[in-house]
Design a protein around this ligand. Structure first.
Ligand code: FMN
Length: 381
């Protein structure tokens, strides 16, 4: 296992073209399928995550030239009080509904390999791909949240074994999508007999595959198997980001693969820097949902007793701000400038979130996208 299986490679066919367009920096919205999105805040205007709001957001994003929509794979709220991300739309069905309604945007499903039977997942994803005429993308995650695994009655494996299982799972999915006919799959974890699956993904290619991970093992999994690695660059200088991107791409080439690196950001864009900073302070500090922040950190075994008080407070603030995404706070020039720096470091794209996606989308699209076009990073403003 671990060797790339020879299947049809993703091709820039018309349906998939949004992720193979000439936008040097692809921009997507991340996390809208969950209530509160990525912002761990209690402000009243926080994102509802309702289907109607998602639909409206997707149609506006499609019109505005946003490249992709990426959901969070989340099954229940954090902690016993359960306010943050209390309502979560399952991601493949969410993507399918949005693909039926939009025309050009790529919509991902974020899929927990250990929680989905690979045949079922492969069939659901192909169905979504056909409904979207080749615009479905797979973001595969191994998961980490014990409470979710307990809810499913699935034992969470140790860290290395999670990725060994994911390797087999993804090998199986790719084979199911390939032209192979009537075959058995016998791995260490999975056994399937007489696999036949039609239709195949649109256009004799396959959906773009991304992996969201953080550890060296997660990165190695992406390098070996995926078209894109979705990871956090918080705390890395631009020079360090450049090295990280260059190394990941170079390593992927040793497997004869082209890998793109995407990251995650949280945008607070207002007409002036002061307005943006004031709103950031209001939503992310004054009205942060600190109880949920502490519950999320505790689920990752991060508590005050383990570290210096200032380090713990810094982690709490980062978590409140979009679950640790890169904060992009400022006027349109500042936000466009920060995004341009990421592109300079070699990052191919970013999944961004807002406190309220629908309300903040028009200003971002009207003011930031044209600046990125002028900087040569986007085809259309
Ligand atoms: C940018 C990013 C997005 C992620 N999105 C999800 C998600 O939607 N659902 C989830 O359960 N885990 C998500 N994860 C967590 C990963 O699945 C993984 O468990 C976690 O990053 C630990 O990484 P590692 O296994 O490489 O150590 C995400 C991780 C990153 C870095």
């Amino acid at each position: 296992m671990g060797k790339e299986i020879q299947v049809l490679r993703p091709a820039p066919d018309p349906g998939r073209s949004q992720m193979y367009n000439d936008n040097a920096l692809k921009i997507g919205f991340f996390g809208a399928n969950c209530s509160s999105g990525r912002a761990v805040t209690l402000v009243s205007e926080r994102w509802t995550g309702s289907w109607q709001d998602n639909l409206e957001l997707a149609c506006l994003a499609d019109e505005a030239g946003i490249d992709f929509l990426l959901p969070i794979a989340r099954w229940k709220a954090y902690g016993p009080r359960g306010d943050y991300q209390a309502a979560t739309l399952e991601t493949i069905t969410w993507a399918t509904g949005l693909l039926a309604t939009t025309r050009r945007i790529t919509v991902f499903g974020t899929v927990h390999a250990p929680l989905f039977n690979p045949i079922m997942a492969a069939k659901q994803m192909v169905t979504a791909d056909h409904i979207g005429d080749g615009r479905f993308g797979l973001n595969v995650v191994v998961g980490w949240n014990e409470g979710e695994f307990e809810m499913f009655g699935v034992r969470q494996r140790d860290h290395e074994a999670r990725y060994q299982y994911a390797q087999e799972w993804l090998d199986a999915v790719k084979l199911i999508w390939s032209e192979r006919e009537n075959f058995d799959f016998a791995g260490e974890f999975l056994t399937h007999k007489g696999i036949r699956a039609h239709p195949k993904p649109v256009g004799r290619s396959r959906p773009l595959i991304m992996n969201a991970g953080a550890s060296p093992t997660g990165r190695a999994f992406a390098v070996r198997n995926c078209d894109a690695f979705f990871t956090n660059v918080m705390g890395l200088s631009i020079a360090q980001q450049s090295v990280a991107v260059r190394d990941a791409k170079a390593e992927a080439r040793t497997y004869d693969r082209e890998l793109e690196v995407f990251t995650v950001g949280v945008v607070t864009c207002r007409p002036t820097v002061k307005e943006a900073e004031d709103y950031y302070h209001y939503a992310t500090e004054e009205h942060a949902d600190w109880t949920s922040v502490d519950e999320i950190l505790a689920a990752k075994n991060i508590t005050a007793s383990q570290m210096a008080a200032d380090k713990f407070q810094k982690l709490r603030r980062q978590q409140a701000n979009g679950m640790g995404g890169l904060p992009l706070v400022g006027d349109p020039d500042a936000v466009a400038g920060q995004l341009a720096q990421l592109a300079e470091a070699g990052l191919r794209g970013i999944g961004i979130s807002f406190v309220n996606y629908r309300d903040e989308l028009p200003y971002f699209c009207d003011e930031v996208l044209p600046r990125l076009k002028r900087l040569g990073l986007r085809e259309h403003g």
